[in-house]
Design a binder for this molecule. Sequence first.
Ligand SMILES: NC(=O)c1ccc[n+]([C@@H]2O[C@H](COP(=O)([O-])OP(=O)(O)OC[C@H]3O[C@@H](n4cnc5c(N)ncnc54)[C@H](O)[C@@H]3O)[C@@H](O)[C@H]2O)c1
Length: 281
Amino acid sequence: MSSRSPVNVGLIGCGSMGSELARTVSRGNAGNARIVGLFDEYVPGRAALADELTSDAHPRPTETDTVADLINIDSLDLVIECASQVAAAAHIESVIDAGISMLVMSSGAMIDPEFMRSISAAADRNRASIYIPSGAVGGIDALRASKSLLEEVTIVSTKKPISLTGAPGFAEWENKEISESTVIFEGCASEAVPLFPANVNVAATVSMAGLGPDRTRVRVVADPDSPGNVHEINASSRAGKFSFRFENIPHETNPKTSFLAVLAAVETLRSICEPSLRIGT
Ligand SMILES: NC(=O)c1ccc[n+]([C@@H]2O[C@H](COP(=O)([O-])OP(=O)(O)OC[C@H]3O[C@@H](n4cnc5c(N)ncnc54)[C@H](O)[C@@H]3O)[C@@H](O)[C@H]2O)c1
C-alpha cells in the first residue's frame, strides 16, 4: 500500500473505456486513486456509473454538467479523458490551465504538432502533465528511443467492417458488403485521424512517438475474417528494424475499442499513483 495521498480523478466519458477504468479504480486495482467526479454529455450513462461506484466504502462521485465544474472539484489531481477527440480537444486547455494534469485516451486530438507544442508549454507553465498511454498497441517505447534514427514507420490496422461503421472514411462502404480483406484507406497519419476518429488513435500515438503525423504511413483494412482489432507496426531505423503485431480482443460493449487500450489506461494511472518505479519508459 502506498504512503502517498490518493490521486483524485475526474473522468470525462463514462462509456466502455471510462466505465471499465472506473470499476478497476474502485476495486483498488489501479494504484491509490479514487474517482471523485464524472462528466459525460449522456446523463443516464453517467448516472448509472455513479450508482455503480457508490458503496459504503466509496462515496458517490460528483456528477457535473460541465468540465468547468469538474475542474472545480476540491483537490482534483487528474482528469482522465475517455470520451472522443472532440472532447479532448475542447477541454485539454482549460484542464491544463487550471494546473490539473490530464490523461488523454483520444490521442488523435493531439496529432497537430503545433497544438501539441502549445499544450506542452502550457503544462510546463502550470506544473501539470499530459499523459498519453500506449493504448491499443505497444512498442511506443522503442519508437521513442530510436526517434532520431527512424527512417520509415508504417501502421496497418485491420478490423471487422462493423468496427469501422460511422467513420467518415468508411462512408462509401457503409452499405456495401465486404466479403474479403479490403484496403479502405492508405495515406499518412494526419489524413487518417480525421477520417477514422474512433479507430486510429493508435496511428496518432505511433506518429507522436516516432516520425510525426505527415511521415507515419497508415493503412486501414476491413476484413470480415479479422481475428479482432489487429494493429501491425513496422519501423526501420539506423538502430534496427522493428515489427510489432497486436491481435486485440475488442471491448465487449464497443467493438471499435480494444480491451488492451483499457488496460493501458489503467497501467498509466497506476504509474501516476506510484511514480517511484518506472519500467520500460
Ligand atoms: N489511444 C487508444 O489506443 C485508444 C483505443 C481505444 C479507444 N480510444 C478512444 O478512447 C475514447 C473512449 O472510447 P470508448 O470505447 O469508451 O468510447 P464510448 O463510445 O464507449 O464512450 C464514450 C463516452 O464519451 C461520451 N462523450 C463523447 N463525446 C463527448 C463530449 N464531447 N462531451 C462529453 N461526453 C462525451 C459519450 O457519451 C460516451 O458515453 C474514444 O475517443 C476512442 O476512440 C483510444
